[in-house]
Design a protein around this ligand. Structure first.
Ligand code: GAL
Length: 635
């Protein structure tokens, strides 16, 4: 795994560059990502390019032995472009234009903006496509960041109508699929259909789901236009996009198919603060991040681009964008780095080289402080570089467990949660965490993945079963767990004939006759677990394998397949994983709180995420906070 950093030569006097490059290399960095926000400096006025500074910056980095990842600058269209083409601006769900003065203000559907992007990407690729310093291209920056996948502009509405016409052929087919007879919502032509926002009460969920699918396709095709240009003008270089954490607004598996390396931006402390974690977890892991946040994304993104992935932005200190922004515990930056290697990353690049003293991110730490002195993380980068050199390259080994992840499932549940605490990402994360806290390595895979090599398969929920998926599950010879709401909707967001779980009946014969959601704080007892958030009534000739204290069926099993008819709490997930592992002959390791294990083909890594020393039974020793233990893997 190579180490790198994100660098903005345009933010610093040119007199800094040589010394910066020298210090990067001396710190153990090999990669530098540049350029992704530099449009106003590359093209200060329409059609007038200024390549001089970028040539010199790339040559300076190259001369220091560094390899460059060059970003396309399309996340930051400059003011002159917005003024020439004001309707390229995205429109938010409230119908308000997104103003100039930060970034990501464009609409993915605007054909004029797309043409401008093709032009600037072509110019960059012609100029640098063969440059020996460039090893990788990054398209744009964090598609969807700041809530920017959905736009409700005229351009988006027009493209949506075309998308619907291609999908349905006739407007009658659309009316039938969506059930538009309900509330007299029928259309006479595709030109009558608007985006689903600003309706009096909720719009038809089928309308929303198609809008989300359309918006996701717009991101994919926007990205593909850049990929096509880069492939033709710079055929030997890898292409990546830097995805975000805990983000489901577009289908990353679709974008992942078009790129070579899926990278993601890892800010474990910011994510802990901003997402659903309990106050106790936020306190316990304040300076470390929850032990599964980084691993979850490593394993998810490894499944997006044929196994090639990395970390493009690694938090090096306090960030500026969460509600509270603590500093990492000493050791965590190195631990996060080694954990990425343990999960098979090709690169970890720190965001950013030097903290900027100006503009929006002046409170965001870098490897250097604004005065160029080394920040706390610098020594940890050296320590990580040394450790990486000691252990040598890491190959990914076959994981025993697969966790099936679907962006479409996130949209479906998000559009119709039915109970406000039924959160798709949280459910998947809880399943992941249950597997990992029992010592298992996990691949997070798309429903399209080949599942035949796994020893157990967990599908947290899949409301809309893609064609052939139930057959694929039914053919598996390993334990399979299907979560609540699986198979509960058709592709056009209707209740399936014969009721839920629809196609899953091939896997396990039962019918869900009623679904209810429970408000927060309600907890109905089971044997060592509790029913919270969600419960289904099931009719089946199968006797329940697990029931609650009142005798209502909770888990049904046939052969090695199980259906869980409630929101599974942590205790129930543990029980289920124990049963599955037992059937599969997979050995579990019950890990102490805060400890995680990950095996590469050659090594076994143990990480302590706790803020205290923890005795680790499988090592027979105590690990200090934010420390790790690496051993050759036993045969
Ligand atoms: C990322 C983004 C970077 C920077 C960083 C700050 O989301 O890609 O450009 O803003 O956050 O943490």
């Amino acid at each position: 795994m190579k180490l790198g950093c994100c660098y903005y030569p345009e933010h610093w006097p040119e007199s800094f560059w040589v010394e910066d490059a020298r210090r990067m290399a001396a710190m153990g960095l090999q990669l530098v990502r540049i350029g992704e926000f530099a449009w106003s400096r590359i093209e200060p006025e329409p059609g007038r390019y200024d390549w001089g500074w970028l040539n010199r910056a790339i040559d300076t980095l190259h001369a220091a032995g560094l390899q460059v990842i060059l970003g396309t600058p399309t996340a930051t269209p400059p003011k002159w472009l917005v003024d020439v083409m004001p309707d390229m601006i995205a429109i938010d769900e409230q119908g308000r234009p997104r103003g100039f003065g930060s970034r990501r203000h464009y609409c993915f559907s605007h054909q004029g903006y797309r043409a401008e992007c093709r032009r600037i990407v072509t110019a960059l690729a012609e100029r640098y496509g063969q440059h020996p310093a460039i090893v990788m291209w990054q398209t744009d920056n964090e598609y969807g960041c700041h809530d920017t996948v959905l736009s409700f502009s005229d351009a988006a509405a027009a493209s949506f109508r075309g998308w619907l016409a291609a999908r349905y052929g006739t407007v009658e087919a659309l009316n039938a699929a969506w059930g538009n007879v309900f509330w007299s919502m029928e259309y006479r032509s595709f030109t009558e259909v608007d985006p689903p926002h600003l309706t009096v009460t909720e719009a038809n969920p089928a309308h929303w789901l198609d809008y989300r699918r359309f918006a996701s396709d717009q991101v994919t095709s926007f990205n593909r236009e850049q990929v096509d240009i880069l492939r033709s003008l710079s055929p030997d270089k890898d292409i990546t996009h830097n995805f975000m954490g805990f983000f489901t607004e577009f289908d990353h598996h679709d974008v992942g198919r078009d790129i070579d390396v899926a990278t993601w931006d890892s800010y474990p402390l910011g994510f802990l603060e901003q997402f659903w974690f309990s106050s106790d977890e936020k306190r316990a892991y304040l300076r470390q991040g929850h032990p599964d946040i980084a691993g979850f994304h490593h394993d998810l993104y490894r499944g997006c681009a044929n196994g090639r992935w990395g970390v493009m932005e690694q938090q090096p200190g306090p960030v500026n964008w969460a509600r509270f922004n603590p500093a990492p515990l000493p050791g965590m930056v190195a631990l996060w780095t080694l954990e990425a290697a343990a999960h098979g990353a090709e690169l970890t690049s720190y965001f950013r080289w030097r903290q900027a003293p100006f503009a929006q991110e002046q409170m965001h730490a870098g490897l250097l402080r604004p005065d160029s002195t080394e920040a706390e993380a610098a020594n940890e980068v050296r320590a990580a570089a040394d450790e990486l050199a000691n252990i040598g390259p890491q190959q990914t080994a076959q994981a025993p467990a697969a966790l099936v992840f679907s962006y479409g499932a996130a949209w479906t549940i998000g559009i119709q949660p039915q109970g406000q605490s039924f959160r798709y990402l949280e459910l998947v994360f809880e399943c992941y965490s249950a597997l990992r806290s029992q010592g298992l390595d996990v691949d997070i895979v798309s429903p399209d993945a080949d599942l035949s090599a796994y020893r157990m398969v967990v599908v947290p929920t899949l409301p809309i079963m893609p064609e052939g998926f139930a057959e694929k599950l039914a053919a598996l010879a390993c334990p399979v767990l299907l979560g609540p709401r699986s198979g509960s909707k058709t592709a056009s967001f209707t209740i399936p004939e014969g009721l839920a779980p629809g196609d899953c009946k091939q896997v396990i014969p039962l019918t869900v006759t009623r679904m209810e959601s429970l408000r927060d704080g309600v907890s109905e007892p089971g044997d060592g677990f509790a029913v919270t958030r969600w419960r289904e009534d099931v009719r089946s000739r199968l006797e329940p394998e697990i029931s609650d204290a009142a005798g209502r069926g909770v888990v049904y099993a046939k052969g090695q397949a199980r259906y869980c008819a409630i929101w599974p709490d942590r205790a129930l997930l543990r029980q289920l994983i124990e049963r599955m592992a037992h059937e599969a002959g997979v050995v579990l390791t019950d890990l102490p709180e805060g400890i995680r294990v990950r095996r590469s083909a050659s090594h076994s890594f143990t990480f302590n995420y706790a803020a205290e020393p923890v005795f680790v039974p499988h090592l027979g020793k105590t690990l200090a906070p934010a420390s790790w233990h690496i051993a050759p893997r036993e045969a």
